[in-house]
Design a protein around this ligand. Structure first.
Ligand code: 6PG
Length: 251
């Protein structure tokens, strides 16, 4: 049984601040416990605002974040060059990396410019190296931030795609014909659920229906892949704005 907790912010701006504060709190927690925080972040438009706040000199967050303790990974990436407008890395570079004291070696990028299978293999190998994994050991990220699409996808685990059935590997190439960027590299769901702390960051009214289906509807991960995210630690947190939470019972 998963203990699902959701915290509802009044609007998108309040949510972005709540997410910034949450990142800092959880990263400080991991850094205090383990000397560093291995964090995997998602792409898309929702986290972009939060990353901008974290590195805005006019906000308190830039000083509060233990930037030197961060080891930054990506939940997924589109198979496009690093300077492509669709690149999650480009968004993160522009909104966070270039505006923070992070060093390049703290960022483990997915090489979206490579052929998909090669990009996935190299990312898996980079994770195995950084986590010093042996054999079939699964990497345990300290923090994984997820988003959710209106189709119920998370990471690049899209409905009716092969990635939903991949259990053995850490990262794979996923063909997503329904998306403009139809090749994606994604962490697999067994890796995501292994994380010490997972939180979804979801905003806007178009997500209210899908979120209700994911949390309250029948279990059907082929159609609603976000339902695969059942953390092994038994807890799951959703940071929502009021619009996205509109179809959920009051917390
Ligand atoms: C990506 C993300 C993806 C994202 C959802 C929600 O590469 O696009 O990893 O899973 O989290 O699509 O995106 P928005 O926050 O833009 O709605």
């Amino acid at each position: 049984k998963i203990d699902v907790e959701y915290r509802v912010s009044a609007d998108k701006s309040a949510l972005a601040h709540a997410a910034a504060e949450h990142f800092i709190a959880k990263i400080n927690e991991a850094a205090a416990a383990r000397g560093r925080a291995r964090v995997a972040i998602s792409g898309g438009s929702t986290p972009k605002v939060t990353f901008g706040l974290l590195t805005d000199p006019a906000q308190p967050y830039l000083q509060q974040m233990p930037w030197d303790k961060l080891e930054l990974y990506f939940v997924d990436e589109r198979c496009v060059p690093a300077d492509d407008a669709a690149s999650n890395y480009r968004m993160t570079r522009e909104m966070m990396l270039e505006r923070s004291p992070m060093k390049p070696e703290q960022v483990i990028r997915i090489e979206g410019e490579l052929p998909p299978e090669e990009a996935a293999a190299r990312y898996e190998s980079a994770i195995r190296g950084h986590f010093r994994l042996e054999g079939a050991e699964v990497p345990r990220f300290d923090i994984i931030q997820l988003g959710m699409g209106t189709d119920g996808h998370t990471a690049s685990l899209f409905p009716h795609t092969d990635a939903l059935h991949e259990l053995g590997r850490i990262a794979i190439a996923n063909h997503v014909p329904q998306q403009a960027q139809s090749w994606r590299i994604t962490l697999t769901w067994p890796v995501i659920v292994e994380a010490a702390h997972i939180f979804f960051l979801i905003e806007s009214s178009d997500k209210a229906g899908p979120l209700h289906s994911v949390l309250q509807g029948a279990y059907d991960p082929e159609t609603l892949p976000s339902q695969l995210i059942q953390p092994k630690n038994g807890r799951l947190l959703f940071l929502l704005d009021k619009a996205a939470a509109a179809e959920l019972p009051a917390p």
